[in-house]
Every structure is written in structure tokens, then in C-alpha cells.
Design a protein around this ligand. Structure first.
Ligand code: CUA
Length: 332
């Protein structure tokens, strides 16, 4: 491991959203231009602050000294220097930023790129994989990219309601999801792992509870995950008695107006697809571990975990809650 790589790992351990620990091509670019801007503005700060301190000390008022310091007016050299230098500095910063914006925004999509359509919802993320024909929610899986054979992930960003913002700092810069205006971004991760982020545009009461989780996996592991997500056959699973009853409750209440479960009559579009709910580590856009207890709490009253959640409490009895939870726990 190179010195630079281990320092990056250290920074990532300090914060999983550290902008100084890039792990993907677009965030590498942004990191480089950020360092340049810090170097230039840091140098300006040192020069200005240094001169200020020097002048304040050298020309401080002394007891009994009533003479005025030398007054300088209209020095052509000075005026030229403080006009030309800032213009040059601004040009350098402008051109290097423009170069990075071009490199990120106009990157060509290689033929082996993974395509994902992300849709922002109040307050969760929908992920569609059009190449593979399935839909999932909140936990994005993408393959790590081998420089010899790049497999970046190119994303189309949409919104179902209001403005959201996709920002996983270690993987890419931030990009808004705006209704009726598709935006685009891409990630090319060099290392496997879990990368965290957060919705970065205020979108309502639970904006702060709209977390991003990106699982960067070795290619084979990603392919296995895709295969499992494509599976829609529920019949072979031998649902328990409770789960079977839970499925009946689920299918006769308004649940199916909002949720889809591939392979069943549930085909709602407003909430997350649930067919492989148990393949996710968290629920409600990353705010709680995906356990039976949390699922039951969520189904009973989503507002208790996420104020302003669009999902209503259905007023189920304790028994119905247990049964629906059992059904959810069977959705592997
Ligand atoms: Cu979605 Cu803020």
C-alpha cells in the first residue's frame, strides 16, 4: 500500500464522508482541483496576513513619536501589480475548474458501464437497473472498476416530487435530482467497500433522514447480487403460517397501492419495491438496521422513526402487525 493510499484510508476512518479521501475517478478530479485552490488561496492568505502583521508591528504608535509614516500616492508599479496578479490568479483557478467540470460532465460512457436510474422520493431513493430489469431501493450496489477494464456506473437522476441531491463525497461530486429535468452523474470506484452519503438538498421534514449507502463490490459478488435481485419466484419459499397470513393482510390493505413486490399482485409505484427487502441491511433510507423489531415499529407507525414520512400508519392490530412483519421477513 502506498503512503498516499494509507493516508487516504486514515482520512476515511476519521469520517466516511471525507471529501479528502476520494476513492473514485470523478472525486479524484475534484480532490485535485480542491488542493490547487487551497494552495493558491492559502498562499494569498499567508502573504496578506504576513504583510498585515509586519506593518502593524513596524508602524505601531510609539510614545513621543508624532511623525507621519511615508505617504505614497499613485504608484504605477503597485497599481499594475495588484491588478494583473489577481487577474492571473482568477484565470488559473477558472481554467483548472473548467477543465475538471469538462472531464466530469463530458466523460464518455464506456460500453461496459453499468446504468442506474436513481429517483429521489420524500424521503428515500429508488434505484432502477434497466440493463438487468429490476428495481430496488436505498442501498445501491455497483461493481468496483478495474483500470484495465473500466466498469464505471453511469447514473440518470430523476425526482418523483421535489428537489433532492445525490452526494456520496468519496465517489462523486453532488448532483441535484430535479422533477422533469434529468441530470447525470457517474462513479468509478477503485476500492470495494461501503460508501455513505446524504441527500444534500433540503426536500422536506425528513431531509436529514434520507441517507445514501453505496456498496462497491468485486465484480463476481455484484453479479451474484444482480442474479438474486432478478429472482421473482415466491412459490418455492414455503411461507410460514404467519407470513402467509401477513401476505393476505398486505394484499387486502392499501399497502399494495404504494409498494410493489415483483411476482405478486402488489405493483404500487409510490414506495420502495419490497421483493428482496431482506437483502438490505437497513430500512427507511439507511436510518435503522433491518431487524424484525424495527420493521414492526416502522409498519406500526412510520412517523415514529421518520417524521413526515409519506407512508401512513395503517391501524393494524397487534396480530396483523406480527403477521405482516413475518411476511416482510420472508422476502429474501
Ligand atoms: Cu431528499 Cu433532501
Amino acid at each position: 500500500m502506498s503512503h498516499h493510499a494509507s493516508f487516504t484510508t486514515f482520512l476515511a476512518q476519521l469520517s466516511p464522508t471525507n471529501i479528502f479521501a476520494p476513492a473514485s475517478t470523478p472525486s479524484d478530479y475534484i480532490y485535485d482541483v480542491a488542493l490547487l485552490v487551497f494552495a493558491v488561496t492559502g498562499a494569498i492568505f499567508l502573504v496578506v496576513a504576513g504583510m498585515l502583521v509586519y506593518v502593524a508591528v513596524k508602524y505601531r504608535s510609539r510614545l513621543g513619536d508624532t511623525t507621519e509614516p511615508l505617504q505614497v500616492y499613485g504608484s504605477r508599479q503597485l497599481e499594475l501589480a495588484w491588478t494583473v496578479l489577481p487577474v492571473l490568479i482568477v484565470m488559473v483557478l477558472f481554467l483548472s475548474s473548467a477543465r475538471i467540470i469538462h472531464a466530469v460532465q463530458d466523460a464518455r460512457k464506456p460500453k461496459d458501464a453499468i446504468e442506474v436510474v436513481a429517483v429521489g422520493h420524500q424521503f428515500w431513493w429508488e434505484y432502477r437497473y434497466p440493463q438487468y430489469g429490476f428495481v430496488t431501493a436505498n442501498e445501491l450496489h455497483i461493481p468496483v472498476s478495474d483500470p484495465q477494464h473500466p466498469t464505471p456506473t453511469f447514473m440518470t437522476l430523476l425526482s418523483a416530487d421535489t428537489d433532492h441531491d445525490f452526494w456520496v463525497p468519496r465517489l462523486a461530486g453532488k448532483t441535484d435530482l430535479i422533477p422533469n429535468h434529468p441530470n447525470f452523474t457517474w462513479m468509478e470506484p477503485h476500492e470495494t467497500g461501503l460508501y455513505l452519503g446524504q441527500c444534500n438538498e433540503y426536500c422536506g421534514t425528513s431531509h436529514a433522514l434520507m441517507l445514501l449507502r453505496v456498496y462497491v463490490q468485486p465484480r463476481q459478488e455484484f453479479d451474484r447480487w444482480v442474479k438474486a435481485q432478478q429472482q421473482t419466484d415466491l412459490s418455492g419459499e414455503g411461507l410460514s403460517h404467519d407470513a402467509t397470513e401477513g401476505r393476505k393482510v398486505f394484499e387486502r390493505t392499501a399497502c399494495i397501492n404504494c409498494h410493489a413486490i415483483a411476482g405478486t399482485i402488489a405493483d404500487g409505484q409510490f414506495g420502495p419495491e419490497l421483493r428482496h427487502l431482506m437483502s438490505r441491511e437497513t430500512i427507511a433510507a439507511g436510518i435503522a438496521p433491518n431487524t424484525a423489531h424495527n420493521l414492526r415499529t416502522w409498519i406500526q407507525n412510520p412517523d415514529a422513526l421518520k417524521p413526515g414520512a409519506r407512508m401512513p400508519a395503517m391501524g393494524l392490530s397487534d396480530q396483523e402487525l406480527d403477521e405482516v412483519t413475518a411476511y416482510m421477513m420472508a422476502l429474501h
